[in-house]
Design a protein around this ligand. Structure first.
Ligand code: DON
Length: 353
């Protein structure tokens, strides 16, 4: 029995042996198809039920501080789960793409860990939750090194822009290409940028430019703060669907190896550091609430995506643009919480022995 199957039994799931199934990509929202050969019907049912339960939920609203995001169809609702043995489950609208936004921060942080070791992130940026909004300028003031910092992390805008500035490359193109290739290895396909979103955010991101300048002034960014903010803006504009995001999450769940393509996207020794920062800061000032209800490291983006990682078991992602006040997708939070509960995937929930 594989480690995955042992894990599913431990979770109370029924594991079904079989070949990895390829993902279905329906063009229009639709419930998941009946379980294909080799798929776990419990997982299929969990996704279908969550889709049906939250499809009509009308809370939240699209981000509009980036004008292009306000125009995205708020009805997009796609769910995908990829197991660490490469099985792909989907429900709803998994063909539609949204911009990855802050979910990108996870993978740029991972890239810097790969290039310079996890201690570079801990020492240069910090790994503590700020407890403040993702684009807080006050958090930078509190994090000044002269005050005993850093108390910052790579998953909020100031730490993320500084993290992007640490990616190695002689030119902007070199830096950008190595970031995009790294993301693509996690997704298992060549990802591209949504140029409309990139242009829209680049024209309106004066606040992030100020954050980049301040992080340079305080020594977090060593050179070229404008380039760092620009590359950061482009990384946020990468276009993804729910299956891409679930595969990226599953790669983290599988020790850095993409379970669909088989490619080792990052070293397994760095994965726990990535997951730790996701657990403490992945949903910003609501990270505690999220962990309280799911126990899983996760990351949200203002494009409407959320990924969550069940280490050794699966990655899950939901895409749905309307957000709550903290900037996290409403339907994505509700659907993932529901599926995690149904699959008994909270690692802190252990039956008494
Ligand atoms: O920098 C920004 O504001 C956006 N590109 C990303 C913010 C974001 O996704 C926060 N997520 N919940």
């Amino acid at each position: 029995m594989s480690r995955m199957h042992r894990g599913l039994y431990a979770l109370g799931l029924v594991a079904v042996c079989g070949t990895a199934a390829s993902a279905q990509k329906p063009k229009a929202p639709a419930p998941a198809k009946a379980a294909a050969a080799g798929q776990d019907q419990n997982i299929t049912a969990a996704l279908n039920e969550a889709y049906a339960k939250f499809k009509g939920l009308q809370e939240g609203k699209n981000a509009d501080y980036i004008p292009a995001l306000a125009k995205v169809d708020p009805n997009i609702f796609g769910i995908a789960l990829v197991t660490t043995d490469g099985k792909v489950y989907t429900a709803g609208d998994v063909g539609s793409e949204v911009s990855i936004q802050s979910i990108s921060k996870v993978f740029t942080m991972a890239k810097v860990m790969e290039e310079q070791g996890p201690e570079a992130i801990e020492k240069t940026i910090g790994v503590d939750a700020t407890g403040m909004r993702f684009n807080s300028i006050v958090s930078i003031e509190f994090s000044q090194k002269s005050l005993g910092g850093p108390e910052m992390n790579s998953l909020v805008n100031p730490g993320a822009i500084a993290t992007t500035s640490m990616v190695k490359g002689g030119t902007r193109d070199e830096v950008w290409n190595s970031i995009l290739n790294f993301y693509s290895d996690f997704a298992g396909r060549k990802l591209t940028v949504n140029d409309e979103v990139f242009k829209s955010e680049a024209e309106t991101n004066q606040r992030n430019q100020a954050i980049g300048a301040l992080m340079y002034a305080y020594g977090y960014i060593k050179a070229k703060p404008d380039q760092a903010t620009d590359v950061y803006t482009e990384q946020c504009s990468v276009s993804v669907n729910a299956k891409d995001l679930a595969t990226m999450a599953a790669t983290l769940a599988a020790g850095g190896r993409n379970p669909v393509s088989g490619k080792q996207a990052m070293s397994s020794k760095n994965v726990p550091y990535v997951l730790a920062v996701m657990a403490t800061a992945g949903l910003y000032d609501d990270s505690g609430k999220w962990l309280y209800h799911t126990g899983l490291p996760a990351k949200s983006g203002v494009g409407g995506g959320i990924i969550a990682v069940a280490p050794g078991k699966f990655g899950i992602a939901v895409v749905s643009p309307p957000l709550d006040d903290a900037g996290n997708s409403v339907r994505a939070q509700r659907a993932i919480q529901d599926i995690v509960a149904r699959l008994n995937a909270n690692p802190y929930a252990v039956a008494s022995r």
